[in-house]
Design a protein around this ligand. Structure first.
Ligand SMILES: [Fe+2]
Ligand SMILES: [Fe+2]
Length: 270
């Protein structure tokens, strides 16, 4: 049996300054980044194109690993949701995990907007309080983890809570033949460099070992905007989708349960 997964990430709906409170926190830096540094380099028209591709070539499931917004403000979530709506109206299984830009600041209006967005993106099935969670598929188990929380303006790090760590270890200990796929925003395998240190996921060493030891067959993530993959000869390891709106590509993964193999193809939408 073959199962097709489409994975993409980091669509980053551009920011506007929505409230004067945003002048006093990280949103000011995020807005400048969105409207100066990223302007012209990220193309939000790619997201409707990606959704059209998905609707024309329906996979068994779609995974979006977060950073739907730039500063996690209500207006950004509303505009992003509009773009996702054609996909949400179908019955194609679709899973979202928040990115650090979606949980950008602790401002109540922004946090409430993230909660509403998460509920809508799950077609009303789950909210922020329900992560981490397990979704059973006939040939594998999908684990959704949420490690984003507001952080200081100079860093883009995530935190894996002890509860999420326990959850992964418990899922890993279940003696079943089905492979585990973990979907989260942050890469679990950190490559050492100063830039990656600024973007690392704290508390993830046990999870990283689970991927490197093959206990978690596949980690799907985003956060790093250039796509890459760290895979063995059976396609097991970690796939970083990259930013859809920057690179214009989707990751299409096929799991062949007879051969127990994953294969990856990057689909260019440019
Ligand atoms: Fe991002
Ligand atoms: Fe990110």
């Amino acid at each position: 049996m073959k199962t097709r997964i489409i994975h993409f990430s980091d669509t980053h709906e551009p920011a506007t300054l929505e409230h004067w409170h945003g002048l006093c926190d990280k949103r000011l830096m995020g807005w400048m980044n969105s409207s100066v540094v990223r302007k012209g380099r990220y193309n939000r028209d790619i997201l409707p194109r990606a959704i059209e591709y998905i609707l024309q070539n329906p996979p068994d499931l779609v995974v979006f690993t977060g950073d739907a917004t730039s500063c996690g403000q209500p207006g950004e979530f509303a505009r992003a949701l509009k773009l996702f709506r054609p996909l949400l109206k179908t019955d194609i299984p679709f899973f979202y995990v928040p990115g650090n830009h979606d949980a950008y600041v602790s401002d109540k209006a922004c946090q409430d907007a993230l909660q509403r967005f998460t509920r809508k993106m799950s077609r009303g099935k789950y909210g922020l309080e329900d992560y981490p969670l397990t979704i059973e598929f006939p040939t594998f188990r999908l684990l959704l983890i949420h490690c984003a929380k507001p952080f200081n303006p100079l860093l883009s790090c995530g935190f894996m809570t002890p509860e999420t760590r326990e959850f992964l270890l418990k899922e890993a200990a279940r003696l079943e033949a089905k492979p585990l796929i973990c979907a989260g925003h942050f890469p679990l395998i950190t490559q050492s460099s100063i830039i990656n240190f600024r973007r690392r996921l704290y508390g993830s060493s046990a999870a990283s070992a689970l991927v490197q030891d093959g206990v978690i067959a596949l980690s799907l993530c985003g956060h790093i905007h250039t796509p890459y993959e760290l895979l063995d000869s059976n396609g097991r390891g970690e796939i970083i989708a990259g930013s859809l709106t920057k690179n214009g590509s989707l990751a299409e993964i096929t799991f062949d349960s007879e051969q127990n193999r994953f294969s990856l193809q990057r689909i260019s939408l440019r």
